[in-house]
Design a protein around this ligand. Structure first.
Ligand code: HEM
Length: 567
């Protein structure tokens, strides 16, 4: 395995380099990119309207364009303004004046994610692979398709069913931890912290048969818990560099040169991210090796040494062993899926579960109704845990989850980059800057397209005039025809929350199950209310996260928790 490690680009260092030539190279590359951009923006002959014909907001500055507004932690208003002022297809500016498209038009999104999915790739691929290895999030084309083919069956309903006992074990630990803290009376508790611990333990146990957290200590002790908690905020602090400088450096500089530059750059945050990536990788290798040994020794050993062998990693390794030679994934890619799944699963699901708890605290009548539904279902089962089918069939629990994922999608925007010139059709014309209707937009190769999952889910044209209200009841009657006919390409409930097409969320069923098991237990056993004197604000980070107004240095969701049967 040490051989394998030495092939990872981020672990190599070189020492003797000519600084002046490196800097000259970077300057020439930057200048070429600016000139290339303006050449592309000025081309006149192409099908469809040009991006320049679409209306859009003024830029904040030539260097950053609209990017800072778009990724601002308080960017909700900006995104809402884009939808209300300009409609579903908007011209935005990247750094140095390059034009891009911001859209939530269903047909345009369908083309980007489904029909022309292979032409529109996330720009993160190379930098993401440095962070998490070549897992699903960071591969493309045939490589991605091959991984997806191997991994889709791992997330089947049959496997989700078999994971129920693992889920209930983790949730029992959460119940004991909270009961212990509130048994002598209501307490203010940071639920975001507990949801993050629960989500990590759920993916740890059901993902890899590995426990990160006994859920007993006040703070988790495993280094991985700390690392994964800090990773997203630290990545966020790389900001502009992450989306623009890093991909450029990867494209232009050989591995050893950029590793050298990274190591000598006096930026602690960058070094922290590098060390975190290395640590996550090392732990994944350790867990993988242990499991491989057990699998090699047969099923009995898997059960004895690493639980039931029903976790995603065991399933993945068994599927890979069975696969035909041309479909087999190399070890390195199986290992990369571990950090990939943890990264993709943890903050998204804990954000969604925390949002539900916050909303239940804001809407006590919904909270009571949900509690009642679960108490009655459990009574019918004489207090036994609900089976997979019983749990997913609870209509109000389902409505609360769906409505939260609709109005408050944890991931607000996806970014794509066009690999070829292409034309995107719109489902209805928008008024161009010259007053003429724009029905299709020419997207030059290299342009960015931002897909607004947020605005697609909140469109009053599709969801009706109450689209901005949180109303679980809307899911208890038939949805409006406008949404049923809209051809929204999302894989889940006409929503864009889990995206659509070949790169849609592979874990969406897993995450819904997690949410339902956790929220059902919490709503049945505890009551949640708002802490007096504290206002909670959800930041628009890559994955939405709550802070207390006036103290936005740390993400937190303080709620008053008490036993539900205390009165
Ligand atoms: C509420 C929870 C979740 C939300 C809102 C969510 C959302 C998303 C979105 C929007 C994407 C598309 C990203 C892109 O195209 O750039 C995605 C991809 C992905 N998600 Fe999730 N996710 C959630 C939970 C999970 C869980 C629990 C897992 C794993 C157990 C997971 C694994 C993945 C993976 C591996 C991908 C990449 C798929 C690919 O490129 O083929 N997600 N997710």
């Amino acid at each position: 395995m040490s051989d394998f490690l030495s092939h990872l680009p981020h672990l190599n260092v070189i020492h003797d380099l000519n600084y002046a030539s490196v800097l000259r190279g970077v300057a020439v590359a930057l200048l070429s990119i600016v000139l290339w951009n303006s050449f592309y923006n000025r081309r006149k002959v192409h099908p469809g309207s040009s991006l320049g014909q679409l209306p859009g907001p003024p830029v904040q500055g030539f260097v950053t364009g609209n990017v800072k507004q778009l990724h601002n932690l308080r960017g909700w208003e900006f995104h809402r303004h884009l939808a209300e002022e300009y409609g579903p297809a908007v011209q935005l500016k990247e750094p140095f004046g390059k034009k891009g498209l911001y859209t939530f038009d269903p047909i345009a999104m369908h083309q980007v994610l489904v029909k022309d999915g292979s032409l529109f790739q996330p720009p993160r691929l190379e930098s993401g692979a440095l962070l998490l290895g070549k897992g699903l999030l960071n591969t493309a084309g045939e490589h991605h398709r091959k991984q997806r083919k191997m991994l889709n069956p791992v997330f089947s309903i049959a496997h989700m069913r078999s994971m129920m006992p693992i889920f209930y074990d983790v949730v029992d630990q959460l119940k004991s931890a909270l009961t212990h803290r509130v048994q002598s009376g209501p307490q203010e508790i940071d639920l975001l912290g507990w949801m993050a611990r629960t989500a990590l333990e759920l993916i740890g146990q059901s993902g890899f048969g590995y426990s990160f957290d006994n859920m007993v200590d006040d703070v988790p002790k495993h280094k991985y818990s700390m690392v994964i908690k800090d990773l997203v905020p630290k990545l966020g602090r790389l900001g502009f560099a992450r989306f623009y400088i890093l991909p450029l450096a990867i494209k232009l500089l050989p591995t050893n040169v950029r590793t050298f530059i990274m190591n000598i750059t006096p930026w602690k945050n960058l070094h922290d991210v590098r060390d975190m990536a290395n640590y996550m990788h090392e732990l994944s290798v350790e867990i993988y090796e242990e499991k491989k040994r057990a699998l090699g020794e047969g099923e009995e050993s898997v059960v004895k040494q690493i639980g039931q062998g029903k976790d995603l990693l065991s399933i993945m390794m068994r599927e890979n062993m069975k696969a035909d030679t041309q479909d087999k994934l190399p070890e390195e890619e199986i290992i990369a899926q571990m950090s990939t799944f943890t990264f993709a699963a943890m903050d998204t699901t804990s954000s969604a579960m925390s949002r539900i708890l916050h909303l239940l605290a804001l809407h006590p009548a919904v909270q009571d109704k949900l509690r009642q539904e679960i108490i009655e279902a459990r009574k019918e089962r004489q207090g036994e845990n609900l089976s997979y089918d019983e749990l997913v069939a609870l209509p109000y629990l389902d409505a609360v989850c769906r409505e939260t994922l609709r109005l408050y999608a944890p991931v607000a925007t996806l970014m794509r980059k066009a690999r070829e010139d292409t034309v995107l059709p719109l489902s209805r014309p928008v008024r161009g800057v010259d007053g003429k209707d724009v029905t299709e937009v020419f997207i030059p190769r290299g342009s960015r397209v931002w897909l607004s999952l947020l605005n697609a889910n909140r469109s009053s044209e599709l969801w009706g005039p109450d689209a901005m209200e949180w109303k679980p009841e809307r899911w208890l009657s038939p949805l409006p025809e406008s949404i049923m006919d809209s051809k929204i390409p999302g894989i889940y409930s006409h929503l864009m929350t889990f995206s659509g097409g070949t790169r849609s969320c592979i874990g969406f069923k897993f995450s819904q199950l997690e949410m339902k098991v956790v929220i059902a237990m919490l709503a049945e056993n505890f009551k949640f209310s708002l802490p007096p004197g504290k206002e909670i604000y959800w930041q628009m980070s890559g994955i939405a996260s709550p802070v207390i107004v006036g103290d936005d240095r740390h993400t937190k969701l303080p709620l008053i928790v008490e036993l539900a049967n205390s009165q």
